[in-house]
Design a protein around this ligand. Sequence first.
Ligand code: GTP
Ligand code: MG
Length: 201
Amino acid sequence: MKIKSAEFVISNSDVSKCPDSSLPEYAFIGRSNVGKSSLINAITGRKSLAKTSGRPGKTQLINHFLVNNNWHLVDLPGYGYARVSKNVKKTFQKFITAYFEQRKQMLCAFVLIDSRHEPQAIDMEFMQYLGENGIPFCIIFTKADKLKPMALERNIETYKTKMLETWEDMPQFFITSAESGMGKDEVLEFIDSVNSQFKGD
Ligand code: GTP
Ligand code: MG
């Protein structure tokens, strides 16, 4: 899929104020600093569409971006950011869960996982939550440019093994780098195919 246009639509913390549209949408979720906003920029080819930062906790709202005038990409705040207060964390969690439970046009959540790290409980719990609520998701491993190919492969294998302790199958996954552009065509192809199924093509 070629990106012809990508534009910011709206930011908010109230799911009922998200765009009143039935266009299919795809949400980027994961720990703070995992690279959600950077990957949205890489995928759309727009360097500063979503705001990024070296400091975790940059994205604090639900951000909708309209792509090719016919689907939405959604940038969400990260979970597991220790430095925000407990109250702020609770508010985040509330609107993130409200988002996933209420946005029926959200066709797939991309759960971003830093490819450098060992499997983390918070990500496992979040995927468990998605599974229990019947919310479709894929895994996106990020920052692949930071590892040598062998180490990358080893970490993915470790992740698969961990997932298979609780899941019957490994969910569909993508290996990406916002830096090198690795994996972005695959993610776009996937979105394209889900969009087509949605339209009934
Ligand atoms: P929050 O909004 O705080 O939850 O973070 P986020 O998940 O949106 O992360 P963001 O895209 O802001 O990136 C965090 C940091 O990681 C930034 O310094 C990025 O430049 C860096 N980063 C993101 N993706 C990549 C990548 O693929 N490779 C490398 N080397 N750095 C990356
Ligand atoms: Mg962000």
